[in-house]
Design a protein around this ligand. Structure first.
Ligand code: SOE
Length: 393
């Protein structure tokens, strides 16, 4: 059988997802074939150009029409956050499998509605996945496996940071990522979501309470004129930035361990630096996206004289996803996670097996993000995540 895909949206994430849809069937032996059937966007010329460049068979301008088509099996949502809920819910109700970019939604309420739709659709066999792509970097999946097999023992502390610097320039225009009505939040939702998800994914623990602060450093920016590339081109007048530029927060995990989180677009010199270090009573593990083919492992159970962080090259055939690619030691990059996402989704659809990251996991991240905002609005008071209720005045 062939699974036919419609991708809604065609910005930066559209390009990344297209690489995944194109590469995965050629590199992995997938249980079903994949066809890049149609990409959808509002500007007919621009979306047609994207379709031609990225290898989609056709383009279209009306997503509602496309999701009703009987020849579409999977709807891939790569639009800004303000349309995730509407498109994903409609697609699930139309009986399609859905892959939705992170963060799942712009609010907890939307994410709850999306999960409810995914649960109803699951009864009819439809699958729903949220695109926390970094989970599928081989070193991150392997880090999760090592923690699950007890290599760090009891998790006692986690440090997680996602640092970018693309907002340091005050002239950078007011694109959709800087407007609450489109993006939901700023650094917190865009990149903080990744480190919250990664922490929960690799430790298998939940963030149960948070205390944090979010801040907007540059409060006004040139209003966006023409939309070009990732950031756009400035028009002239200034408009308000309505999202956070950075978020610093502490989380309490379900086993009692503390996590320090940093999500920022103001880390001068840091372009796309995601790192996580998990410390336990038997050892520690560290991943750094700037060196994404490696893991650092410290084994406290090794003889004292031999102890020290060891660099593991996660490029062996025995490592997750790697055997389909190149011989040992031949490096992978950012885009491979998008292929692995396709592999996992297509396999789960074809073999009716469990998948991650589910909409329930997307909702749990959304609840953490919302609790951080609530904490920040209340002098960084601790806020419980599940109920999002302040526990310390
Ligand atoms: C922009 O900040 C961004 O593209 C995120 O939206 C992605 O999720 C991340 O992979 C890289 O940075």
């Amino acid at each position: 059988m062939t699974l036919r895909v419609a991708m809604i949206g065609y910005g930066f994430m559209g390009a990344a997802h297209s690489v995944g849809w194109r590469q995965a069937p050629h590199v992995f032996s997938l249980p079903e074939d994949v066809e890049m059937t149609v990409v959808v966007g509002r500007n007919d010329q621009a979306v047609a150009a994207a379709a031609a460049q990225w290898g989609w068979k056709a383009s279209a301008t009306d997503w509602r029409e496309v999701i009703e088509r009987s020849d579409i099996d999977i709807v891939d949502v790569v639009t800004p956050g303000d349309s995730h809920a509407e498109i994903a819910i409609a697609a699930l109700e139309a009986g399609k499998h859905v892959l939705c970019e992170k963060p799942l939604a712009n609010s907890v309420e939307e994410a709850e509605a999306m999960l409810a739709a995914a649960e109803r659709a699951a009864e009819r066999g439809a699958r729903a996945m949220v695109g926390f792509t970094y989970r599928r970097v081989p070193a991150v999946t392997f880090l999760r496996d090592l923690i699950a097999s007890g290599k760090v023992g009891q998790v006692q502390q986690v440090r997680a940071a996602y640092q970018q610097d693309w907002l340091v320039d005050p002239q950078l225009p007011l694109g959709w990522r800087l407007q609450k009505e489109h993006a939901g939040s700023g650094a917190l939702g865009d990149i903080g979501a990744h480190i919250v998800d990664m922490t929960q994914f690799v430790t298998g623990l939940q963030v149960e309470a948070v205390s944090g602060i979010i801040e907007t450093i540059v409060k006004q920016r040139p209003v966006l004129g023409e939309r070009v590339g990732f950031t756009g081109v400035a028009g002239g007048k200034l408009g308000d930035v309505t999202v956070d530029d950075l978020a610093l927060f502490t989380g309490r995990l379900s086993n009692g361990a503390l996590v320090s989180f940093e999500a920022t677009r103001f880390a001068t010199g840091r372009k796309n630096a995601l790192s996580i270090e998990v410390s336990g009573d038997k050892g520690a593990l560290r991943f750094d996206l700037e060196d994404l083919n490696t893991l650092q492992f410290y084994d406290r159970t090794a003889p004292e004289r031999l102890q020290g962080f060891t660099k593991i090259l996660v490029t062996e055939g025995a490592h997750p996803y790697v055997s389909a690619w190149w011989p040992a030691g031949h490096m992978l990059g950012y885009e491979h996670g998008f292929s692995h996402q396709v592999v996992d989704l297509v396999t789960a659809i074809a073999e009716r097996t469990d998948l991650h990251s589910t909409f329930a996991e997307g909702l749990s991240v959304q609840r953490v993000l919302s609790a951080v905002e609530e904490s920040s609005a209340h002098d960084s008071a601790w806020v419980r995540v599940a109920a999002a209720v302040s526990v310390v005045a």
